[in-house]
Design a binder for this molecule. Structure first.
Ligand code: GDP
Ligand code: IMO
Ligand code: MG
Length: 431
C-alpha cells in the first residue's frame, strides 16, 4: 500500500471519515495529525453509524494501528468516552491506539474560555464548535499548556502541575471574563484518574513510527477540517486554530515529506460550511435549503445546519495548489441526482474585475461575487454505480469539467454514505 494523505479541500465535512475508512483496510497505520474533538467524521457500515471526533477513522478495521499525532489538541475526558463507546459496540480499541506524548492536552477550562470568548465577540463570533480548540492551541503556542506526556508523570507531580495550570486559567476566567473559576483540586484529581486509562497508550511518536519512516510500514494520514479553515491559508479569522493543510501532516506526526505518498484532496460535489465567515458560492433561500435536505447537511459535532452552495472552483484550485494535491476524490455526487441544473463557480468578480486567483485577504473574500457555469442535471440515481461507465452521461460531463478545471485527476467518486458506495478511478474520469 502506498502512503496517502487525506485532506479536506473545502470548509470541512467533505466526507473524509468515509474515505479514510474505505481506504484503510490494508494499511498499517492511520495517523490523525491536527485538530481535536471539533472534528466529526461519520462512517456508515451497513446499519451501523459511527461519528468519530478524536479516534482516527481507521479504527473500524481490525488490526489497523492508530495514532493521535502531536499536532492535535486532545481532551482526555472526550477521548475516554469515545474509546469506551467503541469498545461497547464490540470494537477492540485500546490495544491499537497510540497517543503522541507531544500532543497538547485540552482541559475543561479551554472549553469554558472558548465559550466566553465567542460570547464576547458577539456579532463577530467565529461560530466555533465550542470544543475549546482555540484556547488549547493558544496555550500550546504560548508555551504554557499541558501535554499528553504529562499523564506519564507520577500522580503527585501530575496533580501539582495540573493545579498550577488550572489556577492560572482561573485567573483569566475571573479577572478577564468575570466568570466562575473551575474547581482546581477536583479537576486535577480527575486528571490523575484519567492518566491511568490513558498512559498505556501514550507513546514516543518518533519511536513507534520508525517503520513508516523506513518504508516497511504503510500510513494513511487523516486530516480534519479543511483547507479553507486552515489557520494560515483559510478565511482568517473565520478558521480553526491548526494547519489542516499539508504542512500539518508533517509537523503533526514528525514524519518528513518522503513519507507522505499520494496527497488526496476530498471535495464534495457542491460546498458546505458550518459557522461564520465568507462563503462566496453560498445559496441562500430555497436552493440552499434543498441541498441541505438532500445532503443531510447538519453538523456531525454540533448538529448545526450547514450552509450550502455550489462547487467553488476558485477556492478548489487554490486548495489543490496550496496542498500540492496529486489526486482528488469527489464525494456526495448522489446528492445532486435529482437537480434539474447544477452550477459551478468558475471565477470571482472582485471590485469590477474578473479573477480566477483566490484573493487570500479576509477583507476581499466577502466582496467576491461568483461567476457561474451551468450544467444539465442527470435525474437518475447514481447510488448503485460502481464503475465510471455506470454513471449517467451528464454526471460524467460534470466530473470531467471538475477534473479539467482543477487540473488534477479525480481518483475516486463517492455515490453514497456506505463504505461500498465508491467508484475508484486511478486514471481519472476523462476518457
Ligand atoms: P468529514 O468531517 O469530512 O468526515 O465529513 P462528515 O462526516 O462531517 O460529513 C459528511 C456526511 O456525508 C456524513 O454524514 C457522511 O455519512 C455523508 N457522506 C459521505 N460521503 C457521502 C456520499 O458520497 N453520499 C452521501 N449521500 N453521503 C455521504
Ligand atoms: P471536520 O473534521 C466543519 C469550523 C467551526 C468554526 C471554525 C472554528 O468534521 O471536517 P473551532 O471549534 O475549530 O475553533 O471552530 O471551524 N469547524 C469545522 N467545520 N467541519 C469540521 O471538522 C470543523 N471543525 C471546525 O464551525 O466555523
Ligand atoms: Mg465533519
Amino acid at each position: 500500500m502506498e502512503n496517502r494523505v487525506i485532506i479536506g479541500g473545502q470548509w470541512g465535512d467533505e466526507g473524509k471519515g468515509k474515505i479514510v475508512d474505505a481506504l484503510s483496510r490494508d494499511v498499517d497505520w492511520v495517523l490523525r495529525y491536527q485538530g481535536g474533538a471539533n472534528a466529526g467524521h461519520t462512517i456508515h457500515i451497513g446499519k451501523e453509524k459511527h461519528v468519530l471526533h478524536l479516534v482516527p477513522s481507521g479504527i473500524l478495521h481490525e488490526g489497523v494501528r492508530c495514532l493521535l499525532g502531536g499536532g492535535m489538541v486532545i481532551d482526555p475526558w472526550s477521548l475516554r468516552d469515545e474509546i469506551l463507546a467503541l469498545e461497547q459496540k464490540g470494537h477492540e480499541v485500546r490495544g491499537r491506539m497510540h497517543i503522541s506524548a507531544t500532543a497538547a492536552l485540552l482541559m475543561p477550562y479551554h472549553m469554558r474560555l472558548d465559550e466566553l470568548r465567542e460570547s464576547r465577540l458577539k456579532r463577530k463570533s467565529i461560530g466555533t464548535t465550542g470544543r475549546g480548540i482555540g484556547p488549547a492551541y493558544l496555550d500550546k503556542i504560548q508555551r504554557t499548556g499541558l501535554r499528553m506526556g504529562d499523564l506519564l508523570l507520577p500522580a503527585e507531580n501530575l496533580e501539582r502541575k495540573a493545579i498550577e495550570k488550572i489556577l492560572s486559567a482561573n485567573e483569566v476566567l475571573s479577572e478577564f471574563y468575570d466568570a466562575e473559576p473551575v474547581p482546581a483540586r477536583v479537576l486535577a484529581e480527575e486528571l490523575v484518574v484519567l492518566s491511568q486509562f490513558m498512559s498505556p497508550m501514550v507513546v514516543n511518536p518518533y519511536a513507534v513510527l520508525r517503520g513508516v519512516r523506513e518504508g516497511t510500514e504503510s500510513a494513511l494520514f487523516e486530516g480534519a477540517q479543511g483547507t479553507m479553515l486552515d489557520i494560515d491559508h483559510g478565511t482568517y479569522p473565520y478558521v480553526t486554530s491548526s494547519n489542516s493543510t499539508i504542512g500539518g501532516a508533517m509537523t503533526g506526526t514528525g514524519l518528513g515529506p518522503r513519507s507522505l505518498g499520494e496527497i488526496n484532496g476530498i471535495f464534495k460535489a457542491y460546498c458546505t460550511r458550518v459557522g461564520n465567515g465568507p462563503f462566496p458560492s453560498e445559496l441562500l433561500g430555497e436552493q440552499g435549503d434543498a441541498l441541505r435536505e438532500a445532503g443531510g447537511e447538519y453538523g456531525a459535532t454540533t448538529g448545526r445546519a450547514r450552509r450550502c452552495g455550489w462547487f467553488d472552483l476558485v477556492a478548489g484550485r487554490y486548495a489543490v495548489d496550496v496542498n500540492g494535491m496529486t489526486g482528488v476524490i469527489i464525494t456526495k455526487l448522489d446528492v445532486l441526482d435529482n437537480l434539474p441544473t447544477i452550477q459551478v463557480a468558475t471565477a470571482y468578480e472582485l471590485d469590477g474585475q474578473q479573477t480566477t486567483t483566490y484573493p487570500v485577504l479576509s477583507e476581499a473574500v466577502p466582496r467576491c461575487r461568483p461567476v457561474y457555469s451551468e450544467f444539465a442535471g442527470w435525474n437518475k440515481p447514481t447510488t448503485e454505480c460502481r464503475k465510471l461507465v455506470d454513471l449517467p452521461a451528464a454526471a460524467r460531463k460534470y466530473l470531467e469539467f471538475l477534473e479539467k478545471e482543477l487540473d488534477t485527476l479525480i481518483v475516486g467518486v463517492s455515490v453514497g454514505r456506505d463504505r461500498e458506495q465508491m467508484i475508484w478511478t486511478e486514471t481519472g474520469v476523462t476518457t
